[in-house]
Design a protein around this ligand. Structure first.
Ligand SMILES: Nc1nc2c(ncn2[C@@H]2O[C@H](COP(=O)(O)OP(=O)(O)OP(=O)(O)O)[C@@H](O)[C@H]2O)c(=O)[nH]1
Length: 601
């Protein structure tokens, strides 16, 4: 198994000036100089990764044609790359037709440029330009063109940056500001090298710089950092803008797909399978994404060496096996996105990626326990009395709970609900989702009550709500995991809700913020079940991904029990429908709709 050990220098990235700037940009904080300085540092700089384990950057480079991934639980993932995509791109997103954010206030560069049109015509830098921006050469007329580009650009819903030929940011989309945590004024007028840091590979920087110099289009996977120092994989595609005469303007359009690296993985910059799959989903959702999938490769590091799987798009599962591992059987079609043209191939690839991982499970030593038992108490609640056992991951500080009814220790086939935190519904009573209802349902169910509880919504339980065929159990567990917003965090979930107000559904909202559809991990479930000596579970869920993730962790699921509740509003109806349509949840939307209208009458 290729599994790099943590590099201590990675966890506290001191952001350095290594950039994609113009080599001729004398006197500025030159990214190129920074990049060279980094390269010269050798092992002390970026090479530090290699000192502690396999050089991930080298793998990324070697895998420009074959990124590698592994299952989330195994942390066996290394990296995922996209091939140089020169000449493979279509037209830009049309802000007129693309749903998303409205136009924010004018960008600084735009304002400055528009106000100084006459100065531009004279070839002089306008006086009210930011200093860095003023220091660039002003070509006659180009400022006006830049202003035009920048103002259209600011209304795009995706993660994008517009720079001049020296890498100075002219404009940045609101989504990218949200994703990186920077304010507009902190980005505009500066070289984008502030996004780079300690572990950014100078070779990637160099590749971008040369593409800009040659006015060519390129894509590169580069390690960048948010303002708070959090690293992320940036799948960056840059392309020059051209005027009507096909003449390259001194403006570059950078399209960014940010793949966040979960905190516990930040000691070694690798993409996990979920991240890689999220990346693929993102590609499938952007206008020219399906074409780019040709260039996305996913692979896997095994004990026998680096095994590459082939290009993800339009590849039969059995064709994908270039290495020594086997991918057997027909893939099932669950999960994924049935609405997209590439839905089928995505299903396929998601499934054989999972199978691939399963095939390796036997080779792996047992995973180390990361969540430790802290304390147990009895909790009287409106739903009854439960035992609550608290656990903690000392590395991340995450504190999941096991809420238990009955004697479950040492048992098999225990009813288990794996529930992820939803502060908005559980604390504030938000009607946007069904999470609180599902939690109440599960807490009642493990107590032996199969009806949906009355939680103040004046709803009669509908017969379809519950597992009619399943006798309520004598006991069970609700595992309450602090993975707010499907793992993207509370603030990001609020940002996603804001995006949903523009008409996007729960999946597209995440994607437009550059966030994965679902970033949840379930190692805690494995550790807690191990602590309780439970060898198999009956899982209360409608979510196929949850089942796959738990099984990939080695958890035996003997039965899936439905966890369907009647949506309590149009909002949550939309959410449940989106979960079924976009994320493959096992919910019959038609019966739900009619149930809901019955409830409304
Ligand atoms: N990002 C995001 N997260 C949401 C949204 N609505 C609810 N959540 C989060 O979704 C999580 C619950 O996931 P669901 O997809 O509703 O259900 P599930 O647990 O995956 O699947 P089931 O086991 O069938 O209930 C909680 O962490 C919520 O905070 C949303 O619109 N966007």
């Amino acid at each position: 198994m290729l599994s790099p050990s943590p590099s201590s220098s990675f966890s506290n990235p001191a952001v350095r000036e290594v950039g994609i700037g113009d080599a001729e940009a004398e006197g500025e904080q030159s990214g190129i100089e920074g990049g060279v300085a980094r390269a010269e540092q050798g092992e002390g700089g970026a090479g530090a990764i290699g000192a502690d384990g396999p050089d991930v950057r080298a793998v990324v480079r070697a895998c420009v044609r074959s990124g590698v991934a592994g299952r989330p639980g195994a942390r066996s993932v290394r990296a995922c790359g996209i091939e140089n995509a020169k000449g493979n791109m279509g037209e830009s997103v049309d802000p007129e037709t693309t749903p998303g954010l409205g136009v924010p206030g004018e960008m600084a560069a735009t304002r400055a440029a528009a106000a100084s049109e006459s100065a531009a015509e004279s070839g002089q830098p306008p006086e009210n330009m930011p200093m860095d921006f003023r220091s660039t050469t002003v070509i006659k007329g180009s400022i006006r063109r830049r202003a035009r580009s920048a103002s259209n650009f600011a209304s795009l819903p995706s993660n994008e940056i517009l720079t001049d030929e020296s890498g100075i940011v002219l404009s940045v989309t609101p989504a990218f500001l949200t994703f990186t945590g920077y304010e507009e004024k902190e980005m505009v007028g500066r070289k984008c090298n502030f996004l780079q840091g300690e572990q950014t590979d100078p070779n990637d920087v160099e590749e971008l710089r040369s593409a800009m110099k040659d006015t060519s289009q390129t894509s590169v996977v580069i390690l960048n950092y948010r303002k708070d120092g959090q690293p992320f994989w940036n799948i960056l595609t840059i392309k020059p803008e051209f005027d009507n005469n096909k003449k390259a303007l001194s403006v570059y359009h950078g399209e960014v797909i940010g793949i966040p690296i979960p905190p516990h993985m930040q000691s070694y910059p690798r993409l996990c399978l979920d991240d890689a799959l999220a990346l693929i989903s993102v590609y499938s959702s952007i206008p020219r994404g399906p074409a780019l999938l040709d260039n996305v490769y996913i692979g896997y590091g095994s004990a026998k060496g680096l095994v590459t799987v082939d290009a993800l798009k339009d590849k039969a599962p059995n064709d994908a096996n270039e290495g020594e591992a086997d991918i057997e059987g027909e893939p099932t079609q669950r999960g994924g996105d049935s609405e997209q043209t590439d839905g089928k191939s995505l299903y396929r690839h998601q499934n054989y990626a999972t199978r691939f991982l399963d095939s390796d499970a036997a080779e792996k030593p047992a995973e180390e326990t990361r969540y430790q038992f802290v304390a147990e108490t009895t909790l009287p609640t409106h739903n009854g009395r439960y035992r609550v056992r608290a656990y903690r991951n000392p590395e991340t500080g995450a504190e999941p709970l096991a809420i238990i009814h009955g004697n479950v220790e040492g048992q098999s086939n225990v009813v288990v609900r794996v529930h992820d935190q939803c502060l908005t519904s559980e604390i504030f009573g938000s009607l946007k989702c069904d999470c609180k209802q599902q939690l109440d349902f599960a807490l009642n169910f493990i107590k032996g009550e199969s009806a949906v509880p009355d939680h103040g919504l004046k709803q009669e339980p509908h017969p379809e709500d519950v597992n009619k065929a399943t006798p309520a159990p004598a006991g069970g567990i609700v595992l309450y995991l602090p993975q707010e917003g499907r793992g993207i965090g509370l603030a990001n979930k609020i940002a996603a809700y804001a995006m949903q107000e523009t008409g996007l559904d729960t999946v597209d909202a995440n994607r437009h913020l550059g966030l994965p559809d679902d970033a949840r991990e379930y190692d805690s479930v494995r550790d807690i079940l191990r602590d309780l000596k439970i060898d198999s579970v009956r899982l209360l869920t409608n979510n196929p991904r949850k089942i796959e993730c738990l099984e990939a962790l080695g958890i035996t699921i003997t039965e899936r029990l439905e966890c369907i509740v009647v949506p309590n509003s149009d909002y949550s109806m939309n959410y449940v429908q989106a979960k079924a349509r976009r994320m493959g949840h096992f919910v019959d939307i038609n019966s739900l709709s009619s149930n809901f209208s019955k409830q409304q009458r």
